[in-house]
Design a protein around this ligand. Structure first.
Ligand SMILES: Nc1nc2c(ncn2[C@@H]2O[C@H](COP(=O)(O)OP(=O)(O)OP(=O)(O)O)[C@@H](O)[C@H]2O)c(=O)[nH]1
Ligand SMILES: [Mg+2]
Length: 363
């Protein structure tokens, strides 16, 4: 009998339907690896002003050849090499503009030499940028949209190399003593903007617990503190799901009344929101969540009415506190909300499923 029972248990446990064939919603994978203890906090740069400077062309050379058998063998000054270009190239292998430098200077071309030797051309500098980067000139006009893999934009052309005196040899001028200087490289200023920054953005008033939530959901480590405007730049965290999809979640700086008039971090903040596919409205349950929700929707609709119609999910945080739970119960009567606690990890599974629905466009 005992043997039969054992057989029964074994046969049930060994016959499990593989997850890939089941119709269940994808589950978020929680990382088992400990977070890094390094002090550096990495924020995400989605807009960057850069100066691209092309290399100068090398100067042409003035030289006259004097061979042992022929004293005046003629001019032999070579041309200078061309300066390098600065090129922006779209690639899927970079996700942000963190690696970009404020000034990118290409190398100069080498000068020309005697014996008709041309100077070496400088190599071009190729700056990788994320797919979907928009290049704006210094007047704010969009001049390039790097939306597909490998597409390039020449940001600053290098100067052409100057010609050496050999070039100026003519029938009438047999000993030209002139050569050209290399041309100067272009110097231009651009603003690079990553059009799509994250799949889901965490939107909320200062101190609502956005950074705490990103810490709880992903391996990112934005600073958390009990005072407003702790986060001044966006942070991105990745949430992996068991079907190998990864959802990027952005912790954005806090939004205050009047942001559309550029109060607080204002317009700059709302530009970050524009680059998210869907939004999670994170409300502080202990601080009149209904009013916070109305402020958020009002500010978004004032800045850009299409923002308030994006896929969204309303979340009330801090339900571990009695006043937080009261705020949650109150808002639940009129809206579809998820109550969570970023601090204790309460109900995060439900939120992760809602985030996945926003990602899949099913919300
Ligand atoms: N009790 C409780 N406290 C929380 C919870 N989530 C966040 N807090 C606290 O709320 C305070 C603010 O949290 P942050 O994560 O820095 O808030 P934030 O929205 O990122 O704030 P800003 O970056 O300033 O806009 C911190 O003191 C957190 O400990 C929660 O679920 N329960
Ligand atoms: Mg924060």
């Amino acid at each position: 009998m005992k043997f039969l029972n054992l057989l029964k248990i074994f046969s049930i446990s060994s016959y499990q339907i593989p997850r890939s064939y089941s119709k269940e919603a994808p589950k978020a994978l929680r990382s088992l690896k400990a977070k890094s203890t390094r002090d550096t906090v990495q924020y995400y740069i989605d807009s960057y002003r850069v100066r691209a400077v092309g290399g100068n062309g090398g100067d042409g050379c003035i030289s006259f050849l004097s061979a042992w058998c022929k004293g005046h063998a003629g001019p032999d000054g070579g041309d200078g090499g061309h300066g390098g270009h600065v090129i922006f190239k779209a690639t899927h292998s970079v996700k942000s503009l963190n690696h970009c430098k404020t000034v990118t200077q290409a190398k100069h071309g080498e000068k020309g030499y005697n014996k008709d030797c041309t100077g070496k051309n400088a190599e071009h500098i190729i700056v990788p940028v994320p797919l979907g980067t928009i290049v704006k000139d210094d007047k704010g006009k969009v001049i390039a949209d790097l939306s597909s893999e490998g597409i390039m934009f020449v940001a600053a052309r290098g100067g052409a190399g100057g010609r050496g005196n050999k070039f100026f040899l003519t029938d009438t001028e047999q000993a030209p003593d002139i050569a050209e200087f290399g041309a100067k490289g272009e110097c231009k200023t651009y603003t690079l903007e990553v059009r799509s920054m994250a799949h889901v953005g965490l939107l909320g008033a200062p101190n609502a617990g956005k950074s705490s939530l990103l810490r709880a959901l992903s391996r990112a480590r934005p600073a958390v503190a009990p005072h407003p405007f702790t986060t001044l730049r966006p942070h991105i965290g990745m949430v992996p799901y068991d079907d190998y999809e990864q959802v990027a979640i952005a912790d954005l700086p806090g939004l205050i009344p009047g942001s559309h008039k550029n109060y607080g971090l204002g317009i700059q903040f709302l530009q970050h929101v524009e680059r998210c596919r869907g939004l999670v409205y994170l409300l502080d349950g202990a601080d009149s969540p209904r009013q916070q929700y109305e402020t958020l929707t009002y500010e978004l609709s004032q800045y850009n009415p299409t923002l308030s119609t994006r896929d969204k999910c309303i979340v009330v945080n801090k339900i571990d506190l009695p006043e937080g739970r009261r705020g949650y119960e109150d808002l639940k009567k009129t809206h579809k909300v998820i109550g969570i606690s970023a601090k204790t990890g309460l109900n995060l599974g439900e939120l992760l499923r809602a985030i996945r629905d926003i990602y899949d466009g099913e919300h």
